[in-house]
Ligand binder design. Structure first.
Ligand code: NAD
Length: 289
C-alpha cells in the first residue's frame, strides 16, 4: 500500500516511521520543500537509531528508507491508497486540504484524519465521498505508542473502518473504535490532566516541576507539563480550545491563560526548544527518538 502523510511535523514523522516499519511505501507531504527535506532526514535518522538499538535490521531500515519519498505539492500524493492527514488542528485548514485531495486521489482512496478533537462529521461535511472519510488518531510518539483510535463518522463505511483497523494492526498497534464526540475518548479524559495541572500552578499551589514529579510518583510516565511540551504546547492548546468550543464552552474544559501566554511567547515545547521547560538544541525540533 502507498500511504500519503500530510503534515511532516511531530505526528506526521512518527506515523511515517511506523508505516515504513510495517513495509508500506510512504509519501510525506508538507507545504514547504525545506520542511519536507528536514522531515525525510529526521525519519531516516530514526530508522538508523532503531538499527543501533537492535529494534530493526539494517536490511529492513534500508528497504524502509528506499520506500520513503517526500513532496511539497499535492499532486505528489495522487497514487496513494490511504491518506493520513496530520496538519494543524484547524477545521478550515483541514477542509481546504481534504477537498483538494479528493480531486487528486483515486476514487477508492481512504482519507483519514489524525485530528485530536475535531468532529469527523464536520470534517467530512464538504466532501463528496464521506463513506471513505475516517478518524485515525495516533498518539505521540506515533511510532511507539500502541493505541490508535479509529473514529467512524455518520457516513463512514464499514469497509473504511475495517481497512483502518487492519492497517493499525499491521503497524503493531492496538486500535479501538471510538464514537465521534469531541476529544473522542482519550483526549476528553486527558483535558483534565492538563487543565487541572495548570490551574494548580496558576493558583500558586505548586510549581511546574513539582506537579510533574508528583504525577510521575503516582505512576504516570510523564507529568502534564512534560507531556504538553512533547505534544507541542500550541497543538495541545488548539485541541483544548476545539474541545471546549464543541462542548458549548463547558467550564470544565476551559483553556488556561497560562498555556495561552506560553504559546503567545513562542514557547511551543520541545519542537522549538522551549515550552514549560527549556531543551538543549539536540533534543528540539520534532526529532522522533
Ligand atoms: P505540528 O505542528 O508538529 O506539525 C504540523 C505540520 O503540518 C507542520 O509541518 C506544518 O508545516 C504542516 N502543515 C500545516 N498546514 C498544512 C497544510 N495546509 N498542508 C500541509 N501541511 C501543513 O503538529 P502535530 O503535533 O504533528 O499535529 C498534527 C495533527 O495531529 C493535529 O491535528 C493534532 O491535533 C494531531 N495530533 C497531535 C498529537 C501530538 O501529540 N502532537 C497527538 C495526536 C494527534
Amino acid at each position: 500500500m502507498i500511504v500519503g502523510i500530510c503534515g511532516a511535523g511531530t505526528m506526521g514523522r512518527g506515523i511515517a516511521i511506523a508505516t515504513l516499519q510495517a513495509g508500506h511505501a510512504v509519501v510525506l507531504y508538507d507545504l514547504q520543500q525545506h520542511a519536507v527535506d528536514e522531515a525525510l532526514a529526521s525519519v531516516r535518522a530514526a530508522l538508523t537509531k532503531a538499527v543501533e538499538k537492535g529494534k530493526l535490521s539494517s536490511e529492513a531500515a534500508e528497504r524502509a528508507s528506499a520506500q520513503l519519498q517526500g513532496c511539497s505539492t499535492l499532486d505528489g500524493l495522487a497514487a496513494c491508497d490511504l491518506l493520513v492527514e496530520a496538519i494543524v488542528e484547524r477545521m478550515d485548514v483541514k477542509h481546504a486540504l481534504f477537498t483538494q485531495l479528493e480531486q487528486i486521489v483515486a476514487p477508492t482512496a481512504i482519507l483519514a484524519t489524525n485530528t485530536s478533537s475535531i468532529s469527523i462529521a464536520a470534517l467530512a461535511s464538504p466532501l463528496q465521498h464521506r463513506d471513505r472519510f475516517v478518524g485515525l488518531h495516533f498518539f505521540n510518539p506515533a511510532h511507539i505508542m500502541k493505541l490508535v483510535e479509529v473514529i467512524r463518522g455518520p457516513e463512514t463505511s464499514q469497509a473504511t473502518v475495517d481497512l483502518c483497523l487492519s492497517f493499525a494492526r499491521e503497524l503493531g498497534k492496538t486500535p479501538a473504535v471510538a464514537k465521534d464526540v469531541p476529544g473522542f475518548i482519550v483526549n476528553r479524559v486527558a483535558r483534565n490532566f492538563y487543565n487541572e495541572a495548570q490551574r494548580i500552578v496558576m493558583e500558586g499551589a505548586a510549581e511546574v516541576p513539582q506537579v510533574d514529579t508528583l504525577m510521575k510518583g503516582l505512576g504516570f510516565r510523564m507529568g502534564p507539563f512534560e507531556l504538553m511540551d512533547l505534544i507541542g504546547v500550541d497543538t495541545n492548546l488548539d485541541v483544548t480550545k476545539s474541545q471546549w468550543q464543541q462542548f458549548f464552552l463547558e467550564p470544565r474544559f476551559m483553556p488556561s491563560l497560562l498555556q495561552q501566554q506560553v504559546v503567545d511567547a513562542g514557547a511551543t515545547g520541545k519542537k522549538s526548544g522551549r515550552g514549560f521547560y527549556t531543551y538543549p538544541p539536540t533534543t528540539g525540533k520534532n526529532e522522533p527518538s
